[in-house]
Design a protein around this ligand. Structure first.
Ligand code: DGJ
Length: 740
């Protein structure tokens, strides 16, 4: 039983083979945190870990007590009762007070995990996969209840947490802050790792030393954002990809979030993650409840790769869902960079025919096929085919593509509207805006108020009609602006603080309905590239377009950073034309393919502009990718060299049975007269032998490949100039090859 309750000491021990998490009911009835980290043996009590001693200026829970909430590590700390850190929650009561006192009432342990209604969350497929602890606390003064959920996964060093507030009293309560998790760690000898950037430079790895005070990242943009991903990790200064402690938190949510670490006077570090309190206020009437999104804690004693592998397994297999979760993803071609809005059926079919010849399996028609969409000034909101461009409609084009032997899918941006659209002309009041004030445009588009069910219903009906009258295998769901003037005209003033959250619930609801109605549909999420690439989206769309930046060299950083949390199968990665549209760089076709193949692979160009030789190369590359797709999308991924640290990048993906692997080595700028570099591999079985097929072919011991490394043949790597790359195809050697 991996969750033990010691009734005498009032302590909970959640554990599996890898981690332990200890909670104590403190003397004031609130919950203290005793320990979180590598697995330790159980015992009756660890109460000596509650810090308590007299200190100047400390506020104590009562006369004669040594317990000060300022110094005790806590599970879900409140505001204003002597703990002067930022709290996990804050409830304003009718008398204006913000003081709460949630005391333990009961707890329940059960196998498996319950879903969070209306919200994305990790799940189990059998009861053995996890155990859940639900602790109920109550505030005797206002009658509010708080239920803290902890699910510990049986074979992963991960704990999913969330909180639910229930107004069981008789007064109106207002939640001004409701974080998903708080983790109090006893020291501050950490570096904070975050995945940050901007449009076209998403999820770059950034690291800083913790300092006294608050260090935070977040979003108030209405989606998780390109600027910061809802994730942070605290690693020891000596921790690298292969060794050292890491405490990570990731939020399963796609809207405004705050992730912060506060280091206090005595070097305790408090990590908080949850909905951003600045744009949140939730009035809770008697009888109502509020469920926070889920936060997932991952611990690694063996460096950042191990942390990432935990998230990959959990998010790839127990957050992503449905038909496509474990299936190899089709090689696709998307027409956006090839045509933008300038296409008709003839042009599309020309691209599709060549795509079929080289082995591409799915055609994705991007923006511009609907309404009066000739540019980005018009048409958004009108999900009706433009017959001038596609005379036989979406159904007709889908049939023609299917007749070629490919699947067909198309682009939508269901949350948006242009002023120049039939939808806006009939429902100008459906956009987020404040009456009598300006609604600010972005890309000439406005945001539909998805916090209103009638708006979501109307968009659903248009999409349902399209999807049920044509052979559609795939949808790219885009979202190309952040939310401004986030106000819903149908709601009273007291409900306006709910709009951001209700908006994303509306998005989740539409996804959920379409998935139920069309369970075999493959969704790709997108938001101007990767501005809403987060765990919440993965629950609905098992893959996402991680960036509009398709330059192979820029992608090294983006894919490397994204892989900190997200599995390869979730990362949409395409080969595009050179010079690259975003940075003008010219890179070899081989390198563009070698970068993009580590993900949900595709093309973003007009293949007809390639030479015969290039097309032959593309056909060969696609054959290789199809043969290795299981590894390239579902293998165990190890980062070997970081693009943030030097002139080269390397990674390896290994099959779960360790019999096969693919290594990629990328060199940014060429250098002359270099030494004999050895690339140490990871994840192989040290006791087995492997046949390595790269520039040269040879048999090596697994230990040899990991301890000595592959000698990189500089002459061959360098012969192709800048932006070169080499793949090593590795498989376990047969008996007769070992002696080679
Ligand atoms: C932004 C996306 O990231 C692109 O891939 C493309 O779909 C455009 N939107 C279309 O408007």
């Amino acid at each position: 039983m991996p969750i033990i309750y010691h009734a005498t000491s009032h302590e909970f021990h959640l554990y599996n083979q890898q981690i332990s998490y200890l909670i104590q009911i403190l003397e004031n009835g609130q919950l203290g945190m005793l320990y979180y980290g590598k697995r330790i043996s159980d015992k009756e009590s660890f109460s000596y870990l509650v810090s308590g001693r007299q200190r100047s200026l400390a506020v104590y829970v009562r006369e004669g007590s040594q317990l000060s909430l300022q110094y005790a590590a806590q599970e879900y700390p409140s505001y204003g009762t002597g703990d002067f850190h930022d709290p996990a929650f804050c409830i304003v009561q009718e008398n204006g007070s913000m003081i709460s006192d949630f005391q333990y009432v009961s707890h329940m342990v059960y196998p498996g995990k319950k879903p969070l209604v209306g919200l994305p969350a990790t799940y189990t497929e059998s009861e053995e996969e996890a155990d859940t602890l639900e602790i109920t606390l109550e505030d005797a003064v206002d009658g509010a209840r708080l239920v803290l959920n902890y699910t510990i996964f049986s074979d992963l060093p991960a704990i999913a947490r969330s909180a639910r507030f229930i107004n069981a009293g008789s007064q109106v309560l207002t939640l001004e802050r409701a974080m998903s998790a708080c983790v109090d760690l006893p020291d501050d000898n950490f570096e904070m790792v975050q995945l940050s950037g901007a449009w076209s430079r998403e999820r770059h790895v950034k690291t800083r030393h913790l300092e006294q005070g608050i260090q935070s990242i977040g979003s108030t943009r209405g989606n998780s954002s390109a600027e910061h991903n809802p994730f942070l990790a605290l690693k020891r200064p000596y921790t690298n990809e292969f060794q050292g402690e890491v405490y990570a938190i990731s939020l399963v949510y796609s809207s405004n979030f705050l992730a912060q670490v506060e280091v206090d006077t005595h070097g305790m570090s408090r990590a908080l993650i949850g909905i951003h309190p600045d744009t949140f206020s939730w009035q809770l009437n008697p009888g109502e409840s509020f469920q926070t999104p889920e936060a997932v804690l991952a611990f690694s004693a063996n460096g950042l790769n191990s942390m990432s592998q935990t998230y990959h397994r959990l998010y790839g297999r127990r957050l992503a869902r449905g038909f496509w979760r474990d299936r190899e993803r089709p090689v696709l071609i998307n027409n956006w960079e090839a045509t933008e809005y300038d296409f008709d059926e003839k042009k599309i079919l020309r691209i599709a025919k060549t795509a079929k010849q080289v082995g591409i399996e799915l055609f994705v028609l991007d923006d511009g096929w609907f309404g009066a969409r000739r540019n980005d000034f018009a048409g958004l909101g009108d999900w009706v085919v433009n017959r001038e461009k596609l005379p036989d409609g979406i159904a007709g084009l889908a049939n023609k593509i299917e007749a070629l032997g490919m699947k067909f899918g198309f682009w939508i941006e269901p949350e948006m509207v242009n002023i120049d659209s039939d939808l806006y002309r009939s429902h100008p009041d459906w956009i987020l805006h404040v009456p009598a004030r300006n609604a600010s445009p972005c890309r000439h588009q406005y945001v539909l108020d998805f916090s209103r069910s009638e708006v979501v219903d109307a968009v659903h009906d248009m999409l349902y009609h399209l999807l049920s009258t044509a052979k559609i295998s795939y949808i790219k769901w885009d979202m190309n602006r952040y939310l401004s003037e986030c106000y819903s005209i149908e709601k009273p003033p007291s409900e306006q603080g709910k709009v951001f959250h209700q908006y994303i619930l509306g998005v989740y609801n539409l996804y959920e309905r379409l998935l139920k109605e069309f369970p075999n549909l493959l969704f790709e999420s997108c938001s101007s590239g990767g501005a809403r690439f987060d765990p919440g989206m993965l629950y609905y769309a098992p893959q996402g377009w991680i960036s509009d930046n398709t330059d192979a060299i820029e992608r090294l950083r983006i894919q490397y950073g994204t892989s900190f949390v997200y599995p390869l199968s979730s990362m949409g990665a395409h080969v595009s034309m050179v010079p690259n549209q975003q940075v003008g760089r010219i890179t070899p076709l081989e390198t563009r393919t070698n970068v993009a193949m580590f993900g949900a692979f595709g093309y973003e160009l007009d293949l007809n502009s390639l030479s015969r030789d290039e097309l032959d190369m593309v056909a060969k590359q696609i054959t290789f990718i199809k043969e290795h797709r299981q590894l390239l999308q579902f293998g165990i991924f190890w980062r070997l060299r970081s693009p943030f640290e030097g002139n080269d990048t390397a990674w390896i993906t290994v099959s779960p049975d360790q019999s096969r692997a693919v290594v990629a080595y990328f060199q940014i700028l060429n250098r002359s007269n270099t030494g004999w570099d050895r690339l140490k591999l990871a994840g192989l079985d040290p006791a087995r032998h492997y046949y390595v097929n790269g520039n040269t072919s040879c048999v090596y011991g697994g230990d040899e490949l990991m301890e000595i490394g592959l000698v990189l043949q500089r002459e061959e790597i360098c012969s192709s100039g800048d932006f070169s790359s080499t793949l090593f195809d590795i498989c376990q050697a047969g008996e007769n090859e070992i002696g080679l």
